[in-house]
Design a protein around this ligand. Structure first.
Ligand SMILES: *[C@@H]1O[C@H](CO)[C@@H](O)[C@H](O)[C@H]1NC(C)=O
Ligand SMILES: *[C@@H]1O[C@H](CO)[C@@H](O)[C@H](O)[C@H]1NC(C)=O
Ligand SMILES: *[C@@H]1O[C@H](CO)[C@@H](O)[C@H](O)[C@H]1NC(C)=O
Ligand SMILES: *[C@@H]1O[C@H](CO)[C@@H](O)[C@H](O)[C@H]1NC(C)=O
Ligand SMILES: *[C@@H]1O[C@H](CO)[C@@H](O)[C@H](O)[C@H]1NC(C)=O
Ligand SMILES: *[C@@H]1O[C@H](CO)[C@@H](O)[C@H](O)[C@H]1NC(C)=O
Ligand SMILES: *[C@@H]1O[C@H](CO)[C@@H](O)[C@H](O)[C@H]1NC(C)=O
Ligand SMILES: *[C@@H]1O[C@H](CO)[C@@H](O)[C@H](O)[C@H]1NC(C)=O
Ligand SMILES: *[C@@H]1O[C@H](CO)[C@@H](O)[C@H](O)[C@H]1NC(C)=O
Length: 579
């Protein structure tokens, strides 16, 4: 007997029991009419039955005339050569009894067969991770219900390589290579007794990527408009996306394009909708993709050139001049709901001098002052987001104011600049101006230097004279001059006393002290022990002496240096007869 089984669970198993062995008997059918048998009684059929599966058993005998058959199993009895058996549950081994009876002689023969009972396989399942990571070992376990036990066979198919590997055992370890996309793991559980089997499979993805990340979308954007950007990446099984723009983080809504078709690269993408609302010239947009299975990340950066349609601009081409009217305009807006003005980032206080047009488009200065300088911006609200426009740096052209000559190491010089002969003096001219002034030095009526710095080394008192510095602003076309007078310090030298050649008793005589002295000297006289001040003294001799001596000391008012002149004169007395 051969058991023909077709099975591919979970399809129902069907088995047919054939009767090949008995065909040999049929070939020599006897013509004798003498009753005989039963003999050679036997039961044909499987040795093991599986619960839920239908089986057929056949009882045969040599018999004339044909025998009748009675089957007994447990308490059940059936008639006929065939016994159909389909067990509903796991039971102990079953004893099948067949009794063949010759209907003519009444002779009967009993035979029995014990069949083992098995269950399963059923309830097969594979446990293991949903995703694999290339180079990382993962364990998978297969289980099924069998009676008394199952044996397990695994078939591992690599999609990328078209290879098939067979492994035995309930648990396997899988280590996919980096190029794998998915593995197909088939587990076959076979009942060790019935040899029936059941199989199932899983196709865990091999985590891969992110690779080949890129961002598509506009490279030039205008403030206030909305743009779509898509981040593309090769990623298995999927990636999470994080977008960064303008210092803000977006978790992009994620779309997954078809994946896991053999030979096709799985592509995952994420879309970001960005509204540009703050002016920067160039702004980086980054997309970070993170593999949800492996945690591996990749980043793509796109530099967006951001254009601001709003800007502050001067109304006219004229340069902003101090003390002149000036106007700024907020340009680029269309039907703005409101316009707000900022100076150096702060709201502007309007006044009588600084005013706004009714729609706030124009800001007017009447007049413009030096203190109005700064960065002016306008914030336009139209529809949705408020847009801060490109600013205008207002530089008020003014000056020159407060031109001053500064002596290095000493500070501003006064009306007169005293200098020692032969010494070099460095001077600097400065004035308050925007833009920077140009400077011209005029020394003793002649152009001496065209530079903010000027140095001079006067040698003699002849080198003294007027010195001017002219600060000139070419934008305001205005001048400012600082004047000083250079005076050389000299003397006293050549101190002399001038006056009469002799003195007469009782007669007043005037004497003058003269010295070469710059800028000036003071004079001190010593006349018979008395001290007198001033360049001129009057001397009167009261009594007769032969000679009178006196001196004058010249005293430089700046340096304190002195010089002295002595005079000795003879005295005459017209009233003295000498007799
Ligand atoms: C039934 O099972 C028992 C125990 O497993 C075994 O010893 C016996 O040979 C089996 N009988 C048949 C008919 O297979
Ligand atoms: C996988 O099985 C191996 C032994 O077969 C064991 O050493 C390893 O720890 C298991 N790995 C995991 C992740 O369970
Ligand atoms: C991916 O994103 C989802 C939803 O934003 C989040 O729940 C999940 O934890 C993220 N996974 C990883 C690995 O970051
Ligand atoms: C104009 O500017 C003023 C002061 O900044 C502000 O209070 C007002 O709301 C603005 N009006 C419009 C129409 O923008
Ligand atoms: C102006 O003077 C400074 C200091 O002496 C010097 O370094 C500079 O070169 C001068 N500039 C011109 C244009 O002469
Ligand atoms: C400024 O000075 C220049 C010469 O240095 C002269 O030509 C010009 O007229 C002056 N301008 C004014 C406004 O004083
Ligand atoms: C400087 O001198 C010039 C001519 O010498 C004169 O016009 C000007 O007013 C003077 N400036 C000052 C501040 O004294
Ligand atoms: C001193 O004064 C006299 C007369 O005024 C003059 O001749 C002479 O050169 C002077 N000497 C010097 C050194 O200046
Ligand atoms: C003038 O007299 C004083 C004191 O007598 C003396 O020290 C000095 O040298 C004299 N000066 C001259 C120029 O003779």
């Amino acid at each position: 007997m051969v058991l023909l089984c077709t099975f591919r669970l979970p399809l129902l198993l069907t088995c047919l029991a054939g009767t090949l062995a008995s065909e040999r008997e049929q070939g020599r059918t006897s013509e004798k009419t003498t009753p005989y048998g039963p003999s050679s009684v036997e039961i044909n059929g499987v040795n093991t039955v599986t619960v839920e599966v239908p089986y057929g058993f056949q009882c045969s005998a040599n018999c004339f005339p044909a025998c009748t058959f009675t089957w007994t199993r447990g308490g059940l009895t059936t008639q006929g050569p065939e016994l159909n058996l389909q067990l509903k549950e796991q039971v102990p081994p079953q004893v099948l009894i067949c009794m063949a009876t010759n209907p003519t002689t009444g002779k009967s023969v009993r035979v029995s067969k014990t069949v083992n009972v098995t269950a399963g396989p059923s309830n097969i399942k594979i446990t293991g991770p949903d995703t694999l990571s290339s180079g990382v070992t993962s364990n998978f376990s297969c289980s099924a219900d069998c009676y008394p036990s199952c044996s397990y066979t695994w078939t591992i198919s690599s999609e990328a390589q078209s290879t098939v590997t067979t492994k035995y055992g309930q648990t396997i370890s899988v280590t996919p290579d980096s190029w794998e996309i998915a593995e197909e793991l088939i587990c076959e559980a076979q009942d060790t007794v019935s040899l029936l089997y059941i199989s199932t499979y899983v196709t865990p993805y091999v985590a891969r990527g992110p690779e080949d990340i890129s961002i598509t979308g506009a490279s030039s954007v205008t403030l206030g408009d909305t743009y779509n950007f898509v981040c593309f990446v090769d990623c298995t099984p999927s990636c999470n996306f994080t977008w960064t723009f303008n210092g803000k983080i977006f978790n992009g809504d994620e779309i997954q394009l078809p994946i896991f078709h053999k030979g096709h690269k799985p592509v995952v993408s994420s879309k970001l909708v960005v509204t540009v609302d703050e002016y920067r010239h160039n702004e980086a947009l980054t997309c970070e993709a993170k593999n949800v299975a492996s945690g591996v990340t990749a980043v793509s950066t796109k530099i967006l050139s951001v254009t601001d349609p709003i800007s502050v601009q001067p109304v006219s081409q004229d340069k902003p001049l101090a003390h002149q009217p000036f106007s700024l305009q907020c340009v680029g807006s269309q039907n703005p709901a409101s316009i707000l003005w900022l100076k150096n980032g702060l709201p502007i206080a309007v006044s009588g001098r600084v005013s706004l047009s009714p729609n706030n488009i124009t800001m007017s200065f009447s007049p413009l002052l030096q203190s109005d300088g700064g960065l002016y911006q306008c914030i336009v609200s139209q529809g949705g987001a408020a847009i801060k426009g490109v600013g205008y740096q207002l530089n008020v052209n003014y000056g020159p104011l407060q031109a001053v000559i500064i002596q290095s190491g000493k500070g501003p010089v006064g009306k007169v600049l005293y200098l020692l002969p032969g010494s070099k003096t460095a001077l600097q001219c400065s004035a308050l101006c925007y833009p920077t002034c140009t400077y011209t030095w005029i020394y003793k009526g002649r152009l001496a230097e065209m530079n903010a710095s000027f140095s001079l080394t006067p040698e003699t008192t002849m080198d003294g004279g007027p010195l001017s510095c002219v600060a000139y602003n070419s934008v305001t076309n205005d001048n400012s001059t600082a004047n000083t007078s250079v005076v050389l310090i000299d003397g006293p030298s050549n101190v002399t006393i001038s006056g009469p050649g002799s003195l007469e008793v009782g007669v007043k005589a005037s004497f003058k002290c003269i010295a070469q002295c710059s800028p000036s000297c003071s004079y001190t006289w010593s006349v018979y022990g008395r001290t007198m001040h001033g360049s001129v003294v009057d001397i009167t001799v009261n009594r007769y002496v032969a000679t009178e001596s006196f001196s004058c000391e010249a005293h430089n008012t700046i340096t304190g240096k002195t010089g002295t002149a002595n005079e000795t004169l003879s005295v005459t007395d017209s009233h003295w007869c000498g007799c």
